[in-house]
Design a protein around this ligand. Structure first.
Ligand SMILES: Cc1cc2nc3c(=O)[nH]c(=O)nc-3n(C[C@H](O)[C@H](O)[C@H](O)COP(=O)(O)O)c2cc1C
Length: 133
């Protein structure tokens, strides 16, 4: 079974070197795990979608939760998926123009309150804008 998962977290001292380190691990590991996805990042938030074989996704998420480069990791969506949104991306990165929640909205819990469709919306926008790999 394939699944798709979306979580949010708060970066610990967000900077470009840290982001580069995270992306390089993702791009090194994900292809061999059959995982694809996208990471939206801003100083106040990581919002990541990962998709692939269910066991591989659960194992990766368990590793990510333990990562000390971020905190307050919260699972927002986990669902069976019949197709991929980012088939050509080991991990697409986006520095948040596709995010429609302000830092204030995020702090006030807008993501926890969002419907599945609202959570998927920025990722749909990203996947349409970036079909290639
Ligand atoms: C926001 C965030 C997203 C991450 N995404 C991935 C990912 O997609 N794939 C991955 O292998 N590691 C990801 N990581 C890193 C993992 O937590 C972990 O450090 C890494 O998988 C360890 O792999 P390595 O032993 O090859 O360095 C992410 C970490 C953070 C903080």
């Amino acid at each position: 079974m394939e699944k798709r998962l979306i979580y949010r977290s708060q970066p610990f001292g967000f900077d470009t070197a840290m982001l580069a380190g995270i992306l390089s691990a993702a791009r090194r590991n994900n292809p061999r795990l059959g995982i694809t996805g996208a990471l939206i990042c801003r100083h106040d938030i990581y919002l990541q979608l990962i998709e692939g074989p269910a066991e591989a996704i659960d194992a990766l998420y368990a590793r990510i939760v333990e990562d000390d480069r971020h905190f307050d990791v919260r699972l927002l969506l986990s669902e069976e998926a019949s197709g991929r949104m980012f088939p050509n991306w080991a991990m697409l990165d986006d520095t948040a123009p596709s995010l429609f929640w302000s830092a204030q909205d995020v702090a006030a819990g807008a993501l926890e309150a969002a419907s599945p469709n609202a959570l998927l919306a920025p990722f749909i926008k990203l996947s349409v804008a970036n079909p290639g790999g």
